[in-house]
Design a protein around this ligand. Sequence first.
Ligand SMILES: Nc1ncnc2c1ncn2[C@@H]1O[C@H](COP(=O)(O)OP(=O)(O)O)[C@@H](O)[C@H]1O
Ligand SMILES: [Mg+2]
Length: 259
Amino acid sequence: MNSAILVRDLHKSFRTGEIDTPVLKGVNLDIAHGEMFFIVGPSGCGKTTLISLLCGTLRAETGQLEIMGHDLRTMRESRITQFRAENVGFVFQQFNLIPTLTVAENVAIPLRLQGKSARTARKAAIAMIERVGLADKVNERPSRLSGGQQQRVAIARALVHQPAIIVCDEPTSALDSETGRQVMELLTSQPGEAARTVIVVTHDPRIYHHADRIAEMEDGIIRRTLDQTEAAAAFNFTPHSTLTALCPSSFVASPSGWH
Ligand SMILES: Nc1ncnc2c1ncn2[C@@H]1O[C@H](COP(=O)(O)OP(=O)(O)O)[C@@H](O)[C@H]1O
Ligand SMILES: [Mg+2]
C-alpha cells in the first residue's frame, strides 16, 4: 500500500536512571496521502512521543516506520534533519514562535532552512501570512498578537514550504471554539490546493468533526481506528464534509471577521 505514513509494531521507552519505562508498546498506523488523521487519547498515553517519532525528533527502538516511502529508522541523523525541513510542517499547542523575530521572519524560517534567499523567503512568507488573514501584522512581534493570531502565524509557518505532511500537537487546546474552528479550516486542504496529509493529536472534542479518521490511543497503543461514520456515531457529531456539502463554502470557511 502506498501510504503517507506506515507504522508497524513501533516501540519506544524512556530511561530514567536504571529503569526503562515503555511508553509506546507496539503502535500500528496506516495514514493515506491527503488524509486529515486524528490521534486522540488521555494525557500521558504517548501521543506526543508517537508524533516525535514520526517526525524523526525521537528515535524508536524497534518496529517499522516509513514516511512517504522513506524508512526513517535507518535514515542517518543528518538526512533526517533535511528530510524534516523539506517534508514536514509543525503546529504546537503553545505556538512556539520566536519572540525576537517579526511575524514575517518567523514564517520565513522553513524557507531559510531550505537555503532560500532572504528576499525570496520573505515574499513567500508574506503571501502565506495574507492567506491566514494577517496581512497587517507582517512586521509585528508575536507578543503583540492574540493567541488565535499567533496560532495562525504558526500555521503559515507550517505551510509556507508546502510540506507533504503537517503534524499538529494539540493545536486548538489553548484557543476558544471559534478560533479553533478557524485554525482547523486553515489546516484543511482547499479545492485547487495540493492535498496534504495532516496529523492532529488532540483531546479537544470540539474539532473531532474535521477528521477523516480518528485513532484512539491508550496506554502506548492504538486501540482502534474509526472512519468518519464510526467516529461521528461514537463521538456524536456531524462530519465536516457533510456540513460543507450542505452549506455554501463561503458560509463554512469564510475568512471574514478574522482581523
Ligand atoms: N523525555 C522523556 N523522558 C522520560 N519520560 C518521558 C519523556 N517524554 C515523555 N515521557 C513520558 O512518556 C509518557 C507519554 O508522554 P507523552 O507522549 O507526552 O503523552 P501525551 O502526549 O499523550 O500526553 C508520559 O508518562 C511521560 O511522562
Ligand atoms: Mg502531548
